[in-house]
Structure formats: structure tokens, C-alpha cells
Design a protein around this ligand. Structure first.
Ligand code: FAD
Length: 381
């Protein structure tokens, strides 16, 4: 009976994980000798003497099995998990980049979206760990015709948690918008002027090599702490959504220590042109359903919605609808993040300044306090 259970466990483990065992299993596996599948002597008489006796400690096997099937994301944590002094920075530099391999490239916007955005998964073999909110550099192949030198590095915010979309801790996901150049004279895209790196990434095929640098950046890290309860307000335009996907997965999707500890509310504002251009909308809907108290999600669709004044609904208009709540949260220690195109910031700052004024606050003082307390996080490009 015990032997049948053991065989079943091993079969299940091999079937579930193939040859890539999770870290816990990798450590414990040597305690289990490999011949639990021994057949009867009559089945394999030619090497019967070569088969050693199996000694399996069932308690060990049970604990390995429990670990392997628990799906906990805890093998890439600092100790304690919020210790940001050990965040990896610039492990790989321009002169010696890490060569990763593309796992998949998927278009993630609908047919009516303005432009193309792709979700790209890259295998880093577990050799290029990163934290949520960091970026990778990508060095596209080829040379820059302007100076004859190799193409320079471009930064991309990481869109997966440190465990990667497959939870193995060996992949990184990027959310890349294909940069195109609309030529007014041609009345069409001019392929000679298309963005080098974004097109390289969006056109990549599984197995293609990608030169990676980093990880870099600490501005967009989560405010993790032993008592992890700060509210988080995340404002994105377009691919600025990337770091928030990694954060939301860590807080609400994966079984991380941070998720277990988090008691605050995370509020995502996403601005895009239209419904087809929404990024990862199904994922946000799923988190809304699983964490209705702790997650909020509002969108600004500039070409489909109108703001209170009858104009186009830009991201600052959507945030302004909730200005009182946003200011209250900030007053109570919330962290506010901004990511996306540079052009989003002037409109947002003007709006926040106007709201502050209407509340009798001096915006510069209010903002200065947020910055001093580390509550203000901006990464725009
Ligand atoms: P480039 O080749 O650098 O060209 C830049 C632009 O110039 C393109 O729009 C191109 O069409 C245009 N152009 C080229 N030639 C001409 C010409 N002769 N005349 C006029 N125009 C021309 N991007 C993302 O998509 N996702 C992210 O998550 C992301 N995160 C970032 C994070 C950070 C911290 C930073 C700094 C940037 C981030 N970016 C991100 C932007 C990214 O780094 C690149 O800048 C972007 O992909 C464009 O690079 P490219 O090589 O494709 O374009």
C-alpha cells in the first residue's frame, strides 16, 4: 500500500513538474532514492542485481509532495521579505549583457486599438532575478546608422512578478508598444523610421536571443514593510501599466509573504485610447472579483468617454473624479505611482494643484511632504 502511494506521488511530481523541480523540491529530492519504480525480477531479469533496495522515508516524501503542490511563491524572498537593501541592481551591464531567450510574443490589444502592444516572455534561467517595479534593459541587434556604433540599450518596465508568469522564477515578462513613425507626406507608416528595439521585440520568435541589462531602478518598488498596510494608488497610461501588473500579481494573485501581510487597498487608474487598447483588463477583472475590498480599478478611455466638462476623458480627468478620496488617502500615508508617457505628468500635476488649491492646501508644500516621506513615485518616458 505504502509503495503504491509512493509510486503515485513520484508519478504525480514528475507529471506536474517535468524536469524543473521547484526550489523546495530540489533541496529535498536527494533524500529520495530513484528506484521506487522498481519492477519485479521476472520483468527485468537482466539487471535485477543492479537494482538497489529502496529506502523511502514517507514523512519526507509527504512533506516534499506538500511543498511541490502548495504553489507558494516564497523561494525568491529576502529575509525578512521587505528588506530592500538586497534588491538586485545592474547585475548585467552594457558591456557584458545576459543573453536571454524569447519564450513567447503575444499581441494583447484588440483590432481597434491605436497601435500594437505585445506581452513578451523572456527566459533568464533564474540568473537575472529582479523585484517588482524594476526594469530590464534590452540591447537590440544591429548598429545605429547615425554613428556606426552598436545599437544602444532601451529600458522596459518588468510586467511580471519576480516569480515570472509561470511561477518558476526563471522568466521575465515585458509589455512593449511597437513604435512606428507616421509620415504625413507618405500618408503611411515609414518603415525606415520605425523604432528599433520595440520592433525587434514585437517581431521576435520563440528561441530568439535577447541581450539584457539590469535589472535597474528602485523608484517603483512596493512600500513593503513588516506592517504592510499602506494604500497604493497606481496611475498608468498605456504600457505604463507594466510595473503595476507585477505589483498586483505579488499582492493579490500569488501566494507571496507580501500578499499574506498586505492589509491596504491598491487602486489602479489606467488611461488608454479605447476599449480595445485596454491592457490586461481580464486580469484586473479577476482581481476585482477575488479581492473586492482591497483592489479598485478605473479606466479613462480618451476616445470613447467624455469628462465632466464634455471633453475627452484623459487619465487626470478620471483621477479628478475621485480627488477627495485620493487626497485623503495621500494624507493618510498612501503611496502614489505614475508610469507611462512623459506627457501624462503636466496634466496630472495641474489637476492635483487645482484640487489642492480648492481644499485650501499649498500644493508645493503637500507635494514636498509626499516626496520627503517616499510616497511619490514617478517613472515616465
Ligand atoms: P527608437 O529606435 O529609439 O526610436 C524612437 C522613436 O523615434 C520611435 O517612435 C521612432 O519611430 C522614431 N524615429 C525613428 N527614426 C526617426 C526619424 N528619422 N525621424 C523621426 N522619428 C524617428 N516602452 C514600452 O513599450 N514598454 C515599457 O514598459 C517601457 N518602459 C520604459 C521604462 C523606462 C524607465 C524608460 C526610460 C523607457 C521605457 N519604455 C518602455 C520606452 C522604451 O525604452 C523605448 O524608448 C521605446 O520602446 C522606443 O524604442 P525603439 O528602439 O523602438 O525606438
Amino acid at each position: 500500500m505504502v509503495q503504491v502511494e509512493i509510486v503515485a506521488c513520484l508519478a504525480l511530481l514528475v507529471g506536474t513538474y517535468g524536469f524543473v523541480a521547484p526550489a523546495g523540491l530540489r533541496q529535498a529530492a536527494p533524500a529520495v532514492r530513484a528506484n521506487a519504480l522498481r519492477m519485479s525480477v521476472s520483468d527485468e531479469p537482466w539487471f535485477a542485481d543492479a537494482v538497489a533496495t529502496t529506502v523511502v522515508d514517507k514523512a519526507t516524501l509527504d512533506s516534499v509532495f506538500a511543498k511541490a503542490t502548495s504553489n507558494d511563491q516564497d523561494f525568491l524572498e529576502a529575509s525578512p521579505y521587505w528588506d530592500q537593501s538586497v534588491v538586485p541592481v545592474n547585475t548585467y551591464k552594457n558591456k557584458e549583457p545576459f543573453v536571454g531567450k524569447v519564450v513567447s510574443v503575444k499581441r494583447i490589444v484588440g483590432p481597434e486599438a491605436t497601435g500594437e502592444t505585445c506581452h513578451i516572455i523572456i527566459d533568464h534561467q533564474g540568473k537575472m532575478p529582479y523585484w517588482e517595479g524594476q526594469s530590464y534593459g534590452v540591447i537590440p541587434p544591429g548598429t545605429n546608422p547615425k554613428n556606426g556604433k552598436p545599437n544602444s540599450v532601451r529600458l522596459y518596465s518588468i510586467a511580471s512578478s519576480r516569480y515570472g508568469d509561470d511561477m518558476t522564477g526563471t522568466t521575465t515578462s515585458l509589455c512593449v508598444r511597437r513604435a512606428t513613425y507616421w509620415c504625413p507626406e507618405l500618408g503611411a507608416d515609414d518603415p525606415a523610421k520605425k523604432g528599433v528595439c520595440s520592433n525587434f521585440l514585437c517581431d521576435a520568435k520563440p528561441g530568439d536571443e535577447v541581450k539584457l541589462t539590469g535589472p535597474s531602478g528602485k523608484v517603483m518598488l512596493l512600500p513593503e514593510a513588516e506592517d504592510f498596510k499602506a494604500d497604493i494608488i497606481m496611475v498608468a497610461t498605456g504600457t505604463g501599466i507594466a510595473p503595476y501588473r507585477s505589483m498586483v500579481r505579488r499582492l493579490f494573485v500569488e501566494k507571496t509573504p507580501a500578499a499574506a501581510a498586505y492589509k491596504g487597498q491598491a487602486w489602479l487608474f489606467l488611461g488608454v485610447a479605447n476599449k480595445d487598447a485596454l491592457l490586461y483588463d481580464d486580469e484586473w477583472q479577476a482581481v476585482l472579483a477575488s479581492h473586492p475590498e482591497q483592489f479598485r480599478y478605473d479606466v479613462a478611455l480618451s476616445r470613447e468617454q467624455t469628462n465632466a466638462k464634455g471633453g475627452k476623458m484623459y487619465i487626470q480627468d478620471k483621477v479628478e473624479e475621485y480627488a477627495d478620496e485620493v487626497f485623503n488617502k495621500l494624507d493618510n500615508g498612501a503611496h502614489m505611482y505614475f508610469c507611462g508617457l512623459k506627457g501624462m505628468m503636466p496634466g496630472i500635476l495641474t489637476m492635483l494643484e487645482g484640487v489642492a488649491k480648492s481644499k485650501g492646501l499649498v500644493w508645493e508644500e503637500f507635494l514636498g511632504k509626499l516626496k520627503k516621506n517616499g510616497q511619490w513615485h514617478v517613472e515616465v518616458y
